[in-house]
Structures are given as structure tokens and as C-alpha cells.
Design a protein around this ligand. Structure first.
Ligand code: B12
Ligand code: SF4
Length: 425
């Protein structure tokens, strides 16, 4: 039997979709043939391959394209269609689409094979794999036959212990009441995978995709000491500043941590603490980044513009704090009130259909100075890198140079990625 995964175009920076790669490995254990199709490629290839199942991995905002794609295909060939990934997980109402045969909510490794026996229920709730070491390593061939870069991505944990009100983590956890949400692979299992992948596929840089890498200090210490001896390639991970300690930064550096990313989110203390519930003071943020500078670890700061109950002054405060921190990349996105997250309660009339497919594109909110704030997002990284440009901002924000600013953003994005990932992409 044949199972085709369909995903939206793979980004240059992050072509590796670990979710479908994990599922492909599980299906191969059941002797299914698997393949990946990226929307935009030649659909005739799907027709010729004759899949028995087509599985779509859908995020919110992008789901509409995939549903349309599925309906068109259903008119031409017979197959069982299944939707999984974040969108069906948080919006099971997508199951009312008559062209979708099944949806899987949550983590799917333990349930994907039940599709083979045609379950009666249209909505299948994934089971949390409690021993992550038992899951087969992700199937890299599935993706690398389409696209690859020298960065190899891994995930050492599932789940995050925090409850940021703009994120889906707490909604995901509620699907599994009473179950252990934050789960760790053993350091040995992760290192075995890295070693295998580097031998099999080469690679120049390692990227840990975990929501919060290093939240468990004893785990991190053990992992880093073996990583240093066994792998020692430069790596990138996400950390939380509120758990950053000097000895941890030192250990990361000694293990060849090249760069990290962490979420600053907003330069205004009140908004950051009261609305975003990130209990960090400006001083803590600046001291944390000084530690990273001291040990020579490059870093990306993640920020959100156009936040609820704020004006352009707040976005400018965020820019100012970024400038003070001297990041390698002052990254910013435009806040989207994803329905189902706590912050979406500020905007009851923003339904899922109003969510913009990319959080870099625009804001769905009716806010003052929207045009200027979206322009600021395009210029944010460049001005963080070249701060003297900020004196020109009042003029730059009023010039109707949107397509030029977008190109500038694109150029700066690539430049910053080169710096963050040791020039390998
Ligand atoms: C890495 C990452 C990316 C990468 C790679 C995307 C990917 N799909 O791997 C990049 C940078 C490209 C990306 C982009 C975006 N991302 Co992103 N991303 C993540 C992140 C941090 C990790 C993903 C991961 O590897 N998880 C680990 C794997 C094992 O889990 P998984 O992918 O969820 O897959 C499991 C299940 O979902 C399910 N499953 C997945 N696909 C399928 C398919 C089928 C058929 C079935 C049955 C099951 C199934 O089974 C898998 C195995 O258990 C998650 C946060 C998170 N913790 O998941 C956010 C997250 C997925 N991203 C998010 C968002 C918002 C986006 C963007 C829309 C942002 C934007 N640019 O505007 C885009 C959309 C991209 C797209 N084309 O869909 C949100 C999605 C919210 C939502 N309701 O959709 C998340 C959940 C962050 C959050 N906590 O809010 N992202
Ligand atoms: S730390 Fe990151 S993954 Fe965890 S709840 Fe906050 S935003 Fe979500």
C-alpha cells in the first residue's frame, strides 16, 4: 500500500518537517511505501503514483489551500484522505469537510497505522508516545529527495511546561488531561540519531527544534558532555532567558553551541509581563544577552509587533530594546490572535478564516497605524543591525516603498541566517 504525504512548500531555511518524517518511518515498519508531495509540484505525479492514502500536514491559515487541493484531487482519483498536524488538532471542525475521510488530532505515531483497518470514527485522537526512545528515527529520505541543506534538525523533547497566552502549547496539553505532557528522549538516544544521520547524510550544523531546549538542567549537562566528545559540530537551540545561568551558557559554549534563539517578545515591561505573561525585566533581558556576548554565543531575538492594547510606540520600544541587546538577528513577526489561544479572547470576532497564512505578512486586526507598523516589521531587523538608521524612521515609515522594504527584509533574513548558522546556508 502507498501513503503520500502532502505539505506546503518547504522553506529554504527549514525544509525538514519532522512530524511527517516520524510518521513515514512508522508506516515503513508496516511495509507501506511512502512519498512526499509538495504543493506546487506536478500533480500528475500523484495520479501516476496511485496512492491508497493521502495525508496532509496542515497548520492554521495554510489549511484552506490543502483542503482545496484535496477536493480537486478527490474529483480525479480514489484515495483515503487524512488531515493531521496543528490545524486539525486545534480545529477538529475541519472534519465537516466531506472530502476529508479522517482527521488525527495531536501526536500520531501510535495511531497512524489504525487507518489501515478503516476506523469507524472520523476523528482520531493521537496517543502520546510516553517512551520517545521507542519511536523510530525520522525518515530523512522522505524529505531529502526533495530538498535539503547542510543543517540537520532534531527534536529531543515533546511538550513545553509553560503557558504563554499567545501559543498553542496549553491547548495541546489539554487534549491529554492527566498525562505526562513534557517528555524527554534519553541523551543517548538523541546522540545515536545525530551520529547516524551525520554518517548517513553528512551535515555541517545541528539544529534542535525543541520548544524549550535545556529546560531540564541535569539532562542538558549530561547531553552536552557527550555531545562535545561524540559530535562536536556547531549547533543552534531555543532557550528561555528566565532559566539562563552563567554555568549553563559556559557549558553550551564548550559543547560548541554556535547560536541560540529566545523570545524577548516586547520591549514594554507592562505588556510583556501583564499581557504576554513573560516575567522578565528589561534589566534581566539586557544582562542575559550580555552573558551570551561574554561567551561568544550568537543569538536571535524573537519579537511580536502589533500586539493587543498597544500602539506603534510599543513596537518602537521593542526595537529600542533589541538595539540595546545587539542580537545577531532581531527577528520580528506580526501578532496573530490565533483562535483558541488565551490572547485571542481580546478579539472574539477574529475567526479562524481571518488568520493570515504567514505571520510576516499582515495583521488581521483593525488597529491604528497598521500600515506603518507593518512597514516597521519589514525594517526591524535591518535597523537593529544598523541602529543609526532609526533616526530616519519617521521618514522611512511614511514612504510607500512596501515592495522595496519587503525585498530588504528578505535580504536581511538570508544575511542573518548565514550569521546564525555559521555560513552553512
Ligand atoms: C519547526 C516549526 C516550524 C518550521 C517547520 C514546520 C514543520 N511543520 O515542521 C517552519 C519554520 C517552516 C514553521 C513555519 C510555520 N509555523 Co511552525 N512550528 C515549528 C515547531 C516549533 C516545531 C514543529 C515540530 O517539529 N514538532 C515536532 C513534531 C514531531 O510534531 P508535529 O510537527 O506537530 O507532528 C506531529 C503531529 O502534529 C502529527 N502530524 C503532523 N503532520 C501530520 C500529517 C498527518 C497526515 C497526520 C495523520 C498527523 C500529522 O503527527 C506528528 C507526529 O506525532 C512547532 C511547535 C511544536 N512544538 O510543534 C511550530 C508550530 C507548528 N508552528 C506554528 C506556526 C503558526 C507556523 C507558521 C504558520 C508561522 C508563519 N510563518 O506564519 C508557519 C506555517 C508553515 C507551514 N507551511 O505550515 C504553530 C502552528 C499553530 C497552528 N494552529 O497551526 C506551532 C504549533 C507553534 C505554536 N506553538 O503555536 N514552523
Ligand atoms: S515557551 Fe514557547 S512553546 Fe512554551 S508555551 Fe511559551 S511560546 Fe509556547
Amino acid at each position: 500500500m502507498r501513503f503520500l504525504f502532502v505539505v506546503e512548500p518547504l522553506s529554504e531555511e527549514c525544509p525538514e518537517w519532522l512530524g511527517v518524517m516520524y510518521l513515514s518511518s512508522v508506516l515503513k515498519k508496516y511495509n507501506l511505501e511512502t512519498k512526499l508531495f509538495v504543493t506546487g509540484e506536478n500533480v500528475e505525479e500523484i495520479i501516476a503514483w496511485k496512492p491508497d492514502f493521502i495525508g496532509y500536514s496542515a497548520s492554521t491559515g495554510r489549511h484552506r489551500n490543502l483542503q482545496k487541493f484535496n477536493s480537486e484531487l478527490k474529483k480525479r482519483i480514489n484515495f483515503v484522505s487524512v488531515f493531521g498536524g496543528p490545524h486539525p488538532t486545534y480545529f477538529p471542525e475541519i472534519a465537516s469537510d466531506k472530502d476529508i475521510d479522517y482527521i488525527v488530532r495531536g501526536e500520531a505515531e501510535e495511531v497512524i497505522a489504525t487507518l489501515l483497518s478503516q476506523p469507524k470514527e472520523k476523528i482520531i485522537l493521537g496517543k502520546l508516545p510516553w517512551d520517545l526512545d521507542k519511536i523510530p528515527f525520522p525518515d530523512r529520505d522522505l524529505i531529502y529527495s526533495h530538498k535539503s541543506n547542510p543543517i540537520r534538525r532534531f527534536i529531543a523533547t515533546r511538550g513545553c511546561p509553560f503557558d504563554c497566552p499567545y501559543c498553542y502549547n496549553s491547548a495541546a496539553r489539554k487534549l491529554y488531561p492527566g498525562e505526562k505532557w513534557v517528555r524527554f528522549r534519553s541523551p543517548e538516544n538523541v546522540l545515536e540519531e545525530i551520529d547516524y544521520v551525520l554518517k548517513q547524510y553528512n551535515g555541517k550544523f545541528v539544529f534542535f527544534q525543541d520548544d524549550c531546549f535545556g529546560m531540564n538542567k541535569p539532562w542538558l549537562e549530561k547531553f552536552l558532555s557527550i555531545y562535545k566528545q561524540k559530535i562536536n559540530l556547531p549547533f543552534h537551540c531555543k532557550i528561555r532567558l528566565d532559566s539562563l545561568e552563567e554555568n549553563m551558557v559556559k557549558d553550551l559554549k564548550e559543547a560548541n553551541c554556535y547560536s541560540v534563539r529566545w523570545a524577548l517578545e516586547c520591549g514594554n515591561d507592562d505588556v510583556r509581563v501583564k499581557i504576554l505573561k513573560r516575567k522578565m525585566t528589561k534589566q534581566q533581558i539586557i544582562s542575559g544577552t550580555q552573558l551570551l556576548h561574554k561567551y561568544g554565543i550568537k543569538f536571535m531575538l524573537l519579537n511580536m509587533l502589533c500586539l493587543p492594547e498597544t500602539g506603534i510606540e510599543t513596537d518602537l520600544e521593542t526595537l529600542e530594546l533589541n538595539i540595546q541587546c545587539h542580537p545577531t538577528f532581531g527577528w520580528s513577526s506580526i501578532f496573530q490572535p490565533y483562535p483558541g489561544t488565551e490572547l485571542s479572547s481580546y478579539f472574539p470576532n477574529i475567526t479562524v478564516d481571518k488568520i493570515i497564512p504567514s505571520y510576516f505578512a499582515d495583521s488581521p486586526l483593525d488597529i491604528s497605524d497598521k500600515k506603518l507598523r507593518v512597514r516597521l516589521q519589514r525594517l526591524f531587523g535591518v535597523i537593529t543591525r544598523y541602529p543609526s538608521l532609526r533616526y530616519l524612521l519617521p521618514l522611512l515609515l511614511r514612504l510607500p516603498l512596501d515592495s522595496f522594504y519587503y525585498k530588504l527584509w528578505d535580504w536581511h533574513y538570508d544575511l542573518s541566517n548565514k550569521k546564525l548558522y555559521a555560513g552553512v546556508i
